[in-house]
Design a protein around this ligand. Sequence first.
Ligand SMILES: Nc1ncnc2c1ncn2[C@@H]1O[C@H](COP(=O)(O)OP(=O)(O)O)[C@@H](O)[C@H]1O
Ligand SMILES: [Mg+2]
Length: 248
Amino acid sequence: MPISAPEPLLEISGLASGYGKIGVLRGIDLRVGVGEAVALLGPNGAGKTTLLRAVSGLLPRTGAIRFAGKDMAGASPRDTVQAGLVHVVEGHRVFTQLSVFDNLLLAGYGMTRDERATQVEEALAFFPDIAAKRQDRAGTLSGGQQQMLAVAQGLVRRPRLLMLDEPSAGLSPVLVDRVLAAVARLREGGTAVLLVEQLIEKALAVADRVYALARGSIVLEARTDEADLPNRLEHAYFGQDVNAPLSS
Ligand SMILES: Nc1ncnc2c1ncn2[C@@H]1O[C@H](COP(=O)(O)OP(=O)(O)O)[C@@H](O)[C@H]1O
Ligand SMILES: [Mg+2]
């Protein structure tokens, strides 16, 4: 883990978003440094998915978003992907009737043929479990393998930051570990990750820093090596006083 804070990659301040007239997020400040793994935790309905959607341009939002030094406040989903900010949505959405390989080719839609071929191979190299099944229909994969395929689809876009929305949902403990091991490897390879997870301890084990979201606001920011973290997270989850000073 770097001693000094890494150069900022994603910087969000004063972000608000929601669905039509329903406000969900207020005053969100969050940053992810270059190559950093950051966990975003919080109870069901806190607004984690909404936050990822707002950042990737899938929902209207107000506030400031900068990515790799560029102003992304008005960016569309296409703009964010082009910039290297890739969002793997909840619930491993893959095309079950298509082969593993074709799912990956589709993820590279709009890239040049050579670039796409290279990136598909790189993504497959990351997941030997599914590389061996490249010609199989995605529908024949296990849930965990489909989740790996969903992450691999994100990798085809060559992300600088990969945002993963509950990649372990519905998986057996063994497969959860495989998917989270992939997150750790990504980070080692220099890709920043923003990981939304329900499995708090597992998420903390792969992350450098953590944010907790409750009722649409950030209620905690900490480094994962902070000794008092379990206590502070518990308070954050149960809505008690969380105004202890943040570590930096
Ligand atoms: N499509 C939607 N339309 C209206 N409200 C929504 C929609 N999706 C989520 N919400 C509401 O936004 C809030 C945050 O939801 P969500 O971001 O999915 O939470 P989390 O991912 O943390 O479980 C919840 O109150 C939820 O009911
Ligand atoms: Mg969610």
